[in-house]
Design a protein around this ligand. Structure first.
Ligand SMILES: Cc1cc2nc3c(=O)[nH]c(=O)nc-3n(C[C@H](O)[C@H](O)[C@H](O)COP(=O)(O)O)c2cc1C
Length: 395
C-alpha cells in the first residue's frame, strides 16, 4: 500500500519508542523507504543502531552533523520525504512543534517542513489529558496536522486510560489518505456488500458464498480518496477502516431498509452485495423437527430489488452502480439490466469471482463499455473508483 513512498519517521523520547521499530518495519514491509530521525531522549530508550540495522539507512540525531550534505540535513530530509510521521510524539514535542521551537534536528525540520504530517502521540493519561497538551493538539489539528489519537488501556506507568501509542496498522490507515490524491473529497458514498442471510426457522438459514471482500475494499479505497463512506455490510463482510461507517445487516429486507435510509441524496451508491433473490414465505419461530415422513415442501417468495429501489427513489443518489454476477453472456445481460433497473453503470463479473482473491469483469455504462482484466480485488476496487469518477465527469 505504501509502494514507492518516502516516509520520514520522527521518534520522540517516550516509553513507546520500541513500538516505533515495529511501525518502521510495517512501513518497509508495505513498500516504503524510511529515514529515521530520533530526538536525544529517544536514543535513551532504544539505540539508533536498531533503527539503522532494520531500515538500512543512517539514523539522523544531530542538527550539527558535518556529514550531512552542506550541513543542511534538516532541509534535505523534508525535501526528500512524501510525508512526515512522528511516533511516538511526546508531550514535549507537541509543545515545541506547536510553538515553533527549533532546538534540535527533529523540531527544526518540523519548522522547515511543508509535507503532510501525521502525529501519533503516546504518554501517561494525565499528561495526555492536561489542558496544555490538549490545546497544543487542537492547534496542530487546525494547522492541518493529522493526529492518530492514542489508544485506551493499561499504560506503561501502570495507570489505565488513554495514552498508548496507536497500533501500527492504524497509523498506516491514517497515513494513506495523506499520501493519496483526495479526488472524492466532499462526496458521500453508500456501498452494500456481502451475502444476505434469510431465516427459515430458529436455527436454519439460506445464504450464498459471497465474502463481501470486494465491497469492503471498495469502501476502504473510496475513504482513502476522501469520500465519506457508509458500508451496509452483510454477515461476514471483512472489517474496514475506522473512518468507514458500518451498518451490519442479515436479511435482504434489513439490507433494503438500511440502503434506502443511507442512500437518500448521496453522490454514489454501489450495490456489490449478493442479495438473495428469494426468502422463505413463512419463516418459523421454533426449530423444525424431523417429520419422519419423507420430503417437505418449502415456499419461497421474491425479495425486492435493492438497486432498482435505490435507483428509483425520490432523492436518488447522483450515481447508482450495480454489480451483476453472471455465468454467461455477461455484457448482454449487463446492458439489459442497465435499462431495466435505471442505473448508471453495471459491473458485470463472472460468478467464479465469488469468494476469490482475484476479480475481472466488464464496465458497462450508457456511454462506455470496457473489459477490466483479471487483477487482485484491492486493485480491482481502485480501478472501479476510476471508472465511477470518470462517469461523474461524463455528466
Ligand atoms: C522512563 C521515562 C518514560 C517516559 N515516557 C514518556 C512518554 O511516554 N511520553 C512522553 O510524552 N514523555 C515521556 N517521558 C518524558 C520525556 O522523555 C521527556 O519529556 C523528554 O524531554 C522528551 O524529549 P523529546 O520530546 O525531545 O523526545 C518519559 C521519561 C522517562 C524518564
Amino acid at each position: 500500500m505504501l509502494k514507492g513512498k518516502r516516509i520520514l519517521l520522527g521518534v520522540g523520547g517516550g516509553i513507546a519508542v520500541y513500538r516505533a521499530v515495529e511501525l518502521m518495519r510495517l512501513f518497509i514491509k508495505q513498500g516504503a523507504e524510511v529515514q529515521v530521525v530520533m530526538t536525544k531522549s529517544a536514543t535513551e530508550f532504544v539505540t539508533p543502531l536498531t533503527f539503522e540495522a532494520l531500515s538500512g539507512n543512517k539514523v539522523h540525531t544531530d542538527l550539527f552533523d558535518l556529514t550531512e550534505q552542506h550541513g543542511m540535513g534538516h532541509i534535505q530530509l523534508v525535501r526528500w520525504a512524501d510525508a512526515v510521521v512522528l511516533a511516538p510524539v511526546t508531550s514535549n514535542l507537541l509543545a515545541k512543534i506547536t510553538h515553533g521551537i527549533a532546538d534540535d534536528l527533529l523540531t527544526t525540520l518540523m519548522l522547515a517542513n511543508e509535507k503532510p504530517v501525521l502525529l501519533a502521540p503516546a504518554m501517561n493519561v494525565s499528561m495526555w489529558l492536561a489542558d496544555a497538551t490538549q490545546r497544543n493538539v487542537n492547534m496542530l489539528k487546525e494547522r492541518a496536522c493529522a493526529v492518530v489519537e492514542p489508544a485506551t488501556g493499561e499504560l506503561a506507568c501502570g495507570e489505565q486510560g488513554s495514552g498508548r501509542l496507536a497500533e501500527p496498522a492504524r497509523i498506516v490507515q491514517n497515513l494513506l489518505p495523506l499520501l493519496t490524491k483526495q479526488v472524492l473529497k466532499g462526496q458521500h458514498w453508500v456501498i452494500n456488500a456481502g451475502p444476505t442471510v434469510e431465516a427459515w426457522d430458529a436455527v436454519r438459514t439460506m445464504s450464498n458464498r459471497a465474502s463481501g471482500g470486494l465491497g469492503a475494499m471498495l469502501a476502504d479505497a473510496a475513504a482513502i480518496q476522501g469520500a465519506s463512506v457508509c458500508l451496509v455490510a452483510g454477515k461476514g463482510t471483512p472489517k474496514t477502516r475506522q473512518d468507514v461507517e458500518r451498518v451490519d445487516v442479515e436479511s435482504a429486507a434489513e439490507m433494503m431498509h438500511a440502503c434506502v435510509d443511507a442512500a437518500q441524496g448521496v453522490d454514489v451508491f454501489v450495490g456489490t452485495a449478493a442479495v438473495s433473490d428469494f426468502r422463505f414465505a413463512k419463516p418459523l419461530q421454533h426449530k423444525l423437527k424431523r417429520q419422519g415422513n419423507g420430503n417437505i415442501q418449502v415456499e419461497l417468495i421474491e425479495n425486492p430489488d435493492i438497486v432498482a429501489a435505490v435507483a428509483t427513489m425520490k432523492q436518488r443518489p447522483l450515481q447508482v452502480i450495480a454489480f451483476a454476477a453472471e455465468s454467461e453472456n455477461h455484457v448482454g445481460y449487463a446492458q439489459d439490466k442497465l435499462q431495466r433497473k435505471g442505473v448508471d453503470a453495471i459491473v458485470a463479473n463472472d460468478v467464479s469471482n465469488m469468494g476469490n482473491n482475484l476479480a475481472s469483469g466488464w464496465w458497462v455504462s450508457k456511454q462506455n463499455q470496457e473489459v477490466i482484466k483479471r487483477m487482485p480485488k484491492a486493485k480491482f476496487a481502485k480501478c472501479l473508483i476510476q471508472f465511477i469518477h470518470g462517469l461523474q465527469d461524463e455528466r
